[in-house]
Unconditional design. Structure first.
Length: 82
């Protein structure tokens, strides 16, 4: 089991084995949560910018009016069925 040593400044280096498993790179941020049993859960956070481009581009641009119309139609269909 990998271990780390805490420095006098409260810092520690995450062992390479753990960084590799979590795919951590310099500058990445991690969230630390203390569980009720005293264990610490370390979870990499995903910067919002890294999510850019993961969805396909829409075939056309939709206006607010288009979206409002779609919402009204969906609600109308939902309550018409009852």
């Amino acid at each position: 089991m990998p271990t780390a040593t805490l420095t006098s400044k409260g810092q520690m280096t995450i062992p390479q084995e753990i960084r590799d498993k979590l795919e951590l790179k310099p500058g990445d941020r991690v969230e630390l949560n203390v569980l009720p049993d005293g264990r610490v859960l370390m979870t990499p956070t995903v910067p919002l910018a890294s999510l850019a481009g993961i969805l396909p581009k829409p075939k056309r641009a939709y206006t607010v009016e288009d979206m409002n119309t779609a919402i009204v139609e969906a609600v109308s269909r939902k309550y018409k069925r009852r």
